[in-house]
Ligand binder design. Structure first.
Ligand code: NG6
Ligand code: CA
Length: 509
């Protein structure tokens, strides 16, 4: 009898141990590393078919996990994509969430739960390193010479090391937590996005002879490091960044964050500057791609990805870390500087087979590279054609970490964890895309509908087809991935159905 009880006991223990390790495997709470790149197009990486540029580290991530062919940023520009990602709510629901000037106030209210604060609640240590571009400080704007808050630390990050807006916007300084790094109080920073400051630094317009890279459109204001930017600035000389070192500086901060938090559960939002303008890669990469600085910046980005993967492997964290690689919007070749990107493009198709690019309502604006890897949990070397939108990171990470999502916090995010992990993947019911001028598009299954818009057809400066048309557009993406045959006239019923779904998304919830 005693023996029977002992055997039964052992069996129960064995079952419970197996169940626990199984459940940890399936619903465990891994670290999350989100590599969020800037302006990297669908066709800019080897894994998506680029033959003209080598991205071995990004490709190695793809072969270690699942590569999506139809995953979307929510918007064709940076600020709204990031706002939607961190709040789980479409940016177009809130005014003032378009491309933010470099002195914008924090766009995300501090009294709501955000993706990082939800993860904090789940016990995560959270960090953001790299491009922010969601505003900083109170409504009056950031105090660059004092405590810069509210910012990431007030909306759920434990640590931040930021490029405050973009590389081409002043102030050209890093902000670590609440402070500008290396600021000399005797040389305070002044910034204006309105009228010129009385004593502002030389500008590209007034002193073009000082430029090491010329602007093609816009970008004719303050010169920093031989490159003119958007906005006026004075002071802060000791704090100015060196563009050629930027990828190294932020990648090191990201690696340090991993090293420091290796024994905790962490979320790292690593938001690269590459491959946004101004493209000024380190001399290790300059001239190496044969495609000018844009191509060199892709090589640099790939190297940063390699450093992150190496840091995770060195700390033995690969089996315990969900890694995502994606982009905030599609590609642009000339985004305001004469940097050989157009001249040396050759056969490279930055958006792959897609039409349009950054700013556009066409697929090139928002269908972006998307790779998910989690060693031991996601089967390697897979390709997923499921529809996925970055709006769903919030609710999917909440499901992963067993957190409840309140509708009032995250209006639009839905749990598509199974799709993300490629376990019984399901396509999103619909995907909403936002272009530069906030024209909305909707994808359901193979159909894509672009609502009528008065917006311009072409951005002449960047040479991007914006996808705007005064008449409704309907494309069958399966048969016509390049969106050239508008079927709206021949399939009016489908247009009516798609418009009704989009109208419902616009008013409801
Ligand atoms: C545009 C800039 C462009 C880029 C973009 C934001 C001009 C003429 N163009 O207004 O260079 O900075 O804003 O890019 O100023 S994003 O990726 O951050 O959305
Ligand atoms: Ca961008």
């Amino acid at each position: 009898m005693k023996l029977a009880i002992r055997i039964l006991h052992t069996i129960i223990i064995l079952i419970s141990v197996t169940c626990t390790s199984w459940s940890q495997k399936i619903v465990g709470t891994p670290n999350i590393v989100l590599i969020y790149t800037d302006d990297v197009g669908y066709g800019d990486i080897g894994a998506n078919g680029a033959k003209t540029i080598a991205t071995p580290n990004i490709d190695r991530l793809a072969t270690s996990g699942v590569r999506f062919t139809q995953a979307y940023a929510t918007s064709a520009t940076c600020t709204p994509s990031r706002y939607s990602l961190l709040t789980g709510t479409y940016a177009w629901r809130k005014r003032g969430t378009g491309i933010a000037p470099g002195n914008a106030a924090l766009l995300i209210p501090t009294n709501r739960t955000t993706l990082p604060s939800m993860l904090q609640r789940a016990g995560y240590t959270t960090g953001v390193v790299g491009k922010w571009h969601l505003g900083l400080g109170p409504q009056s704007g950031p105090d660059w010479n004092g405590d810069i808050k509210p910012g990431p630390l007030e909306i759920g990050f434990n640590y931040s090391f930021l490029i405050p807006a973009t590389g081409d916007r002043v102030p050209c300084v890093y902000v670590e937590n609440h402070r500008v790094v290396n600021l000399d109080p005797a040389d305070p920073i002044k910034v204006s996005y309105g009228p010129p400051l009385n004593d502002h630094d030389a500008t590209g317009k007034s002193n073009p002879e000082l430029l090491k890279m010329k602007f093609s459109h816009g970008h004719d204001q303050t010169i920093v490091n031989g490159v003119s930017r958007i906005g006026y600035m004075t002071g802060g000389k000791s704090a100015l960044w060196v563009d050629e070192d930027m990828a190294d500086v932020i990648t090191k901060k990201a690696v340090d964050f991993i090293d420091l938090n290796k024994s905790k559960k962490f979320f790292l939002y690593f938001s690269t500057h590459d491959i946004h303008v101004p493209r000024m890669p380190n001399k290790r990469f300059a001239g190496k791609s044969g495609m000018g600085p844009r191509g060199d910046a892709i090589l640099q980005l790939d190297s940063s990805v390699g450093d992150i993967l190496d840091a995770l492997a060195r700390n033995n964290l690969m089996e315990n870390t969900l890694i995502i690689f994606t982009s905030d919007n599609g590609p642009v070749i000339d985004d305001g500087y004469i940097d050989e990107a157009v001249a040396k493009l050759g056969d490279h198709k930055a958006a792959g087979p897609l039409r349009g690019g950054k700013y556009s309502a066409f697929e090139g604006g928002t269908r972006v590279p998307f790779i998910v890897s989690w060693k031991g949990t996601i089967s390697p070397g897979k390709v997923s054609n499921a529809l996925f939108s970055q709006i769903d990171f919030y609710a999917s990470f909440a499901a992963l970490t067993q957190q409840k999502v309140s509708n009032s916090d995250s209006l639009d995010s839905k749990n598509y964890l199974n799709t993300l992990l490629n376990k019984k993947p399901q396509s999103r019911e619909y995907v909403v895309q936002q272009s530069l001028n906030s024209t909305l598009s909707l994808i359901v299954g193979n159909w894509k509908y672009i609502e009528p818009s008065e917006g311009p057809v072409l951005n002449k400066d960047t040479n991007t087809e914006l996808g705007n048309s005064r008449v409704p557009q309907l494309y069958n993406l399966k048969e016509d991935i390049g969106e050239v045959r508008n079927l709206a006239e021949v399939n009016k019923d489908q247009v009516v159905r798609m418009k009704a779904i989009l109208d419902n998304v616009k008013i409801n919830r």
